[in-house]
Design a protein around this ligand. Sequence first.
Ligand code: PFF
Length: 464
Amino acid sequence: MLNNQAGEEKRASLHGHWSSKMTFILAVTGSAVGLGNIWKFPYVAGQNGGGAFVLVYLICVVVIGMPVMMSEILIGRRGRRNPVAAMELLSKEEGSSRHWRWVGVIGVFAGILILSYYSVIAGWTLGYAVKSASGVFVGASAEAVSAEYQNFVSDWRITGFCHTLFMALTIFFVARGVERGLEQAVRFMVPALLILMLALLGYSINSGYFAQGLSFMFSVPESCMALAPECPLTWDSVLAALGQAFFTLSIGMGCIMAYGAYLPDETSITSTSSAVVIADTGIAILAGLTIFPLVFANGLDPADGPGLVFQTLPLAFGQMAGGIFFSTIFFILLSFAAWTSAIALIEPAVAWVVERFSKTRAQASLLIGILIWFIGFGSVLSFNALANMEFLAGTIFDNVNYLTDKIMLPLAGLLIILFAGWVMSRNSTADELGSTGRLYNFWRLLARFIAPIGILFVLANAIT
Ligand code: PFF
């Protein structure tokens, strides 16, 4: 155990430590890089009009996402417990209300809800790996690929089976402990995924529509730059960008806090967070740059929604030499990326049940996993039998998305950063961040004022 600067003894983790700083970075990267980058970012950017949305998203990542991530890691590491217990313990230590633990509770439930639909889409990617291997996409037209997608999602038995398979894999590995297998999986998966994405990008560049894709993603209407009322970006889209920043970085739900609980004392929180933010944002941008040229080259609609990736990338693979092989590998890798995220999504709930109800990890994983699997059927059916059952934000899938991305994550993120900025003493946070210099002061400025005011402003404007 290390001594901190103040000379007091630090708490030991209840669940053991990551073996090295690299393992932690890999685990957090594994949680951050997933369907959020490759499936969600392009379709949400497409639905919200492209350029202006992407700009707001990038601002949210840097100004709000980064300081929230640092706050989560430092709270997790200082508390050395599951997010609910860590918030409770630290608020007691700082002489504040124990109601702060509700932030951890929101996170536990956000994780459960997010994983319920995440697993469904991860199931689609498993299904697409099998489809790719069968060769259905070879030389297929845009219409044929779209029809294949429609057929696939409209059969709830197949998508339900894929969802079940994915949840079973997740439960199995979570039951065995947080670290085993995860490190190797991420070490191999992220670079391999990156290489395949670059190959696909090469294809997109040659599609003849790269400039159009680029301009869709990065050109911001002048009215928006001038903050004029004519700017087509709505407050709801700004909230979507904020929600996407939270979602893609895995923050605002305590998962990074739960991982931080296993982080050795000497690891720099700032450099770890920067590495993760850069890798995660880079992969999302790469996915967008690959997908949008394909959308325009094939006369598809960028605002098409959750099926966008599944209707564009198979087209590119279908034209490529060795397409069957690369497409199969790509969807397997994407399932892997989803799996390392799923493990993170379920971790706060599992750690909480283990500590709070004295269950074994295996029992807790099974219990929570079955609950998530069951809720997930709401999303499975949102694309077929219950597609017409719309209320509030749309289908069950749309509502779970709305509730988590646009309400729970920003709200919990706001509370987390307020806790780190206002409730925790300067000594505690400076001790965890290992500095009192300019960088620390900048984090504190963001944590106390800029990020919370930004989140509140967006929430207030989007809701009214
Ligand atoms: N960040 C993951 C992705 O982009 O796919 C999703 C996610 C994982 C969100 C873990 C939240 C989380 F705790």
